[in-house]
Design a protein around this ligand. Structure first.
Ligand code: DGJ
Length: 331
């Protein structure tokens, strides 16, 4: 079967998408990267934990980060696991674990694909044990190869736990790790400039004060403005989105309100933000990836992909569409 549109489905339903083999796509909280005429969609493949150690947030694990590819964004071929978990108990990747919110950027100088994620050593243990709230890094020569795990790190300082995170590669080639840094009750998004090879953090960082108790950041640059779409902190549950804007990534960010048009339930259209990517070759066309977490069955989450609008300079809006295609929306 060939697909010709994105089907997000009704707001109150889970509407899983199928790959070209007819299997349900399971690529949670990842992103899309365009390489040589092909879009690659990656995310962690969620699975239920055989035995949950706690009641909250620990009910799911992953088999690793998986990848799909597509020329048209509607029909996705499964490429396999690009960053697997391990059955070796001495290894950081020992399952059950999670590579939360994996993001991949290409380093043009080193000619390597670099992946950063929020490393969860044991689902449900979100930082109580040393080594459980870190950033994880992996690298590969090919976008769809098997990524080599380089280990974990804690940016900025050792006391700042790493929570939800994303990566952003700016037009000058500099890359940034953006994450929810937690010290006690102080949870705030921070942005850290990465080293030239993207494999470590530099000392150059900013605390984004207006992004207090926010996560699920997705960044886009358009017409002189950086926009950052975010969610609140309610674990897998939904909450209203807020967006921010800035003239420079390390500059002053300004709160702009909820960008979701008609989101009367205050739920980001019953979903949570994941990533924003451009439609290649079409200026000003960006797709917001969100996810409707299915906490009863994480293998059947809904992927909610929506067109972004910029109604005026420095403003961003998103409307919910049950189904749509790029060709008709941006005629
Ligand atoms: C909050 C995140 O935003 C969710 O996507 C998910 O990663 C949960 N944490 C897991 O506890």
């Amino acid at each position: 079967m060939m697909y010709e549109k994105f089907t997000n489905g009704p707001l109150n339903e889970f509407f899983p998408w199928a790959d070209t083999s007819g299997d349900i796509i399971n690529a949670s909280d990842g992103g899309v990267i365009y390489v040589d005429g092909v879009y690659y969609w990656y995310g962690q493949a969620l699975r239920p934990l055989p035995v949950a150690r706690d009641g909250k947030g620990g009910q799911t694990t992953t088999v690793g980060v998986v990848m799909y590819k597509s020329a048209d964004l509607y029909n996705w071929d499964y490429c396999g696991v690009i960053l697997p978990v391990s059955d070796n108990p001495t290894c950081e990747q020992y399952a059950p674990m999670r590579y939360e919110r994996p993001k991949i950027v290409y380093n043009d100088k080193a000619k390597k694909f670099v992946l950063w994620c929020h490393y969860v050593k044991y689902p449900g243990d979100h930082g109580d044990t040393k080594g459980t709230a870190e950033a994880g890094i992996a690298v590969c020569d090919n976008v769809d190869g098997t990524y080599q795990w380089l280990g974990t790190t804690r940016p900025i300082d050792e006391k700042g736990l790493v929570r939800d995170s994303t990566l952003y590669k700016d037009h000058d080639g500099t890359a940034y790790f953006i994450y929810d840094k937690q010290v006690g009750d102080d949870r705030c998004l921070h942005i850290v400039k990465l080293s030239e090879d993207y494999l470590s953090c530099t000392d150059d960082y900013r605390r984004i004060d207006v992004c207090f108790w926010r996560e699920a950041a997705a960044i886009v640059f358009y017409n002189g403005w950086y926009f950052m779409f975010t969610s609140g902190l309610t674990s897998w549950d939904t909450n209203p989105a807020l967006y921010y804007r800035a003239r420079s990534l390390m500059g002053g960010w300004e709160a702009m309100g909820d960008p979701c048009i008609g989101d009367v339930t205050g739920t980001t259209f019953e979903s949570q933000s994941t990533f924003i990517f451009p439609v290649e070759g079409n200026k000003g066309q960006f797709i917001l990836m969100c996810e409707r977490h299915n906490t009863q069955n994480f293998e059947r989450c809904s992927y909610i992909w929506l067109p972004i609008n910029f109604p005026a300079p420095g403003e961003m809006k998103v409307e919910y569409l049950e189904s749509w295609c790029i060709e008709d929306y941006w005629k």
